[in-house]
Design a protein around this ligand. Sequence first.
Ligand SMILES: C[S@@+](CC[C@H](N)C(=O)[O-])C[C@H]1O[C@@H](n2cnc3c(N)ncnc32)[C@H](O)[C@@H]1O
Length: 349
Amino acid sequence: MKITNKTAIDLYCGSGAVTAGLKSAGFQVVCAIDVDPIACATYRANHPEVHLFEEDIKTISPKRFANDLKGSLDLLAVCAPCQPFSNRNRHKSTKDQRAKLVLEALSFVEELKPKLVFFENVPGIGRQPVFNELAEKMVALGYHLSPPKKIDAADLGVPQRRQRMILIGARNDDLLTQASKINFSKRRTVFDVIGNLPSPPVGIENIENDVLHYSRRHSVITIERLQHIPHDGGSRDNLPPQLQLRCHKDLNKNSYPDSYGRLKWRDVAPTLTTGCTDLTKGRYAHPVEDRAITLREAARLQSFPDDYIFVGNASQIATQIGNSVPPTMMHGIAKTLYSALSNNSSASL
Ligand SMILES: C[S@@+](CC[C@H](N)C(=O)[O-])C[C@H]1O[C@@H](n2cnc3c(N)ncnc32)[C@H](O)[C@@H]1O
């Protein structure tokens, strides 16, 4: 492996959004790990040069990387599954084994001793015992830790409200101070990124130029509902009684308060989830057209460039988009990490 730049490993790489952000900031991503075959197919299509391990992380010994990278790795990026800590997860359970996955990163830290370790997750992780365990073990391994910091992707140029918690570990205090100084960038709105897209054809079979820009086929009653929802930010509160859904009338059963709501042109979008093209899962109706947003619109709201290749069917692509760390958010963070590393090239334990 020919190393030319600051090096990074991307754990839980999914479809590769973190890798895209790291690469655009100058990192050379040398390895990545994820267990999901569809996400890995997307990853390979976009990052063919990276050595991707399509395996359960629990079965991979970090010693496999040690010869090449021990002591020389610049960054370990860890974006473990967030579902066990997410407020949106209605089936959250303390027994969810995925909560422990973030701790798998520790053996990589111990073996490879990266100069920086970057963790990203939902803010809810900060209230969990696993978070304290992670922090204690990082300190025991000799790392200096930043206080957990809440950031919103909207402050990093992503046209979406997406609150995340980041935690940075560094081999020395100087490096940590510099790596923690993340610069915010100008806000972008829904209009800025999807305002110039043409009205999409209806149905996948009618696709013209853009394979991600087609509308779902909505039922007649769904279109009738949408026709009653005011343009540019309206919500289902405006539905006449005969068009209201029974589950929406009963507030206790209502788990998606924003469903059928429209995006607002001059605002950022709400957090995109794996159901981001489904009207019943959140505020995912187009600002003025009577339809849910397309996969292309969702990908742009998540800051993916149009030439990013997604493998899979519509629901698998929506899952990859909703699960990803917005590449532009990662780019903003990665630029800071890269320059901190450049100024501290001798950081050692
Ligand atoms: C939050 S997503 C990561 C998103 C990714 N970093 C991106 O930017 O697109 C979490 C990922 O963890 C992966 N994952 C879950 N359990 C895993 C395991 N046991 N081993 C490896 N990967 C796993 C999932 O397949 C999913 O892609």
